[in-house]
Design a protein around this ligand. Structure first.
Ligand SMILES: [Ca+2]
Ligand SMILES: [Ca+2]
Length: 349
């Protein structure tokens, strides 16, 4: 049994020379640049399990921290023949510069885990191994724009381990439309499953329905990075999923860097925060077409409360050189490294 990419609508590729940086509606309409004053994904690592990535794409400079390949051959080779994984990576973290496009969390780092072959499909076992590797590398978020119709005990066990490690797993709902069942792994209750809306926040007809659906996000006509140093417009729940991974990266980044009393320790804390700030769509309350509704990125990031006990030197640099001073970034990195070291120490002792 194979896991497949949802059928994504793909438009012809464009060359980078044809435009300066375009800020897509999924960024501009949601006022994401305003939120970058608080956080741009600093200190957050997202495992993207997909077809690989063009890691040296001109608009993903510094975005891909490391690679891993579970599909056979060189374990570090994530060559992206298909283009889907590169597109997803750009939606999360394409550089904010003078060219191409910009991601939701341009300073977040991605670990590119190639779990699907060049034909866009992969064994369940490859995906399970990709999840295990992501856990081993202490990622903050796992993003999976893939799905299949069957339950798989090994895959479910890997998902449960990530869940127990408090790693939010953001998954595509699937693109088969109104069939009352999500694809796996999006159907597992441990994952956070995402459907697609168009630019007018109307549910895309292809967006798969089911009672476990969690949230909706922009996923129609999304321009992003594809090999080689190019850009293309794709539509699918595959595109909505990394947008949410980027939003969660902004939330966690703000929380990790600035502290705060908003609980985001467990996956349920994250889901709960997204739920409380979501904009209800269609039938009142959670519904199988749109889940808890559209993620309100503005509210979800702004309502991450900052700590009263923020160290004074950090508070000062925040005030004086807002948005992010060198010192604050350094402090965030340091904190992060200490917590990783502590985690490792606890695991080995
Ligand atoms: Ca760019
Ligand atoms: Ca609703």
């Amino acid at each position: 049994m194979d896991m497949k990419l949802p059928t994504v609508v793909r438009h012809p590729r464009m060359l980078v020379q044809s435009f300066s940086q375009i800020v897509g509606y999924q960024i501009s309409k949601h006022n994401i640049p305003d939120l970058w004053l608080d956080a741009q994904g600093e200190g957050i690592t997202i495992a993207v399990l997909d077809t690989g990535c063009q890691t040296d794409h001109i608009d993903l400079n510094g975005s891909v921290l490391s690679t891993y390949n579970t599909t056979g051959g060189d374990i570090n080779d994530v060559h992206d023949q298909d283009g889907h994984g590169s597109h997803v990576t750009g939606i999360i973290t394409a550089n904010n510069n003078e060219l191409g496009i910009v991601g939701v969390a341009p300073k977040a780092k991605v670990i590119s885990v190639k779990v699907l072959g060049d034909n866009g499909s992969g064994a369940y076992q490859w995906i399970s191994r990709g999840i295990e590797e992501a856990i081993a590398r202490n990622v903050d978020i796992i993003s999976m724009s893939l799905g299949g119709p069957s339950d798989d005990p090994q895959l479910h066990a890997a998902i449960q381990r990530a869940y127990q490690n408090n790693i939010p797993i953001i998954c595509a709902a699937g693109n088969a439309g109104d069939i009352h069942n999500l694809d796996y792994p999006g159907r597992y209750t441990e994952t956070i499953s995402i459907g697609a809306l168009n630019a007018d926040n109307i549910r895309a007809e292809f967006s798969q329905t089911g009672r476990n659906l969690d949230f909706m996000a922009p996923g129609v006509d999304i321009l992003s990075t594809v090999p080689v140093n190019s850009y293309a417009v794709f539509s699918g729940t595959s595109m909505a999923t990394p947008w949410v991974s980027g939003v969660v990266a902004l939330m966690l980044s703000k929380h990790h860097c600035k502290g705060g009393d908003t609980p985001v320790n467990t996956v349920e804390d994250v889901r709960d925060h997204l739920r409380k700030t979501a904009i209800d769509l269609q039938d009142a309350g959670r519904d199988p077409n749109t889940g808890f509704g559209l993620i309100d990125v503005g509210q979800s990031v702004k309502l991450m409360k900052t700590a009263d006990n923020m160290p004074e030197h950090i508070a000062q640099t925040t005030r004086s050189t807002y948005p992010h001073s060198q010192m604050e970034r350094w402090y965030c990195d340091l904190e992060k490294r200490i917590s990783i070291l502590e985690k490792k120490r606890d695991q080995t002792s």
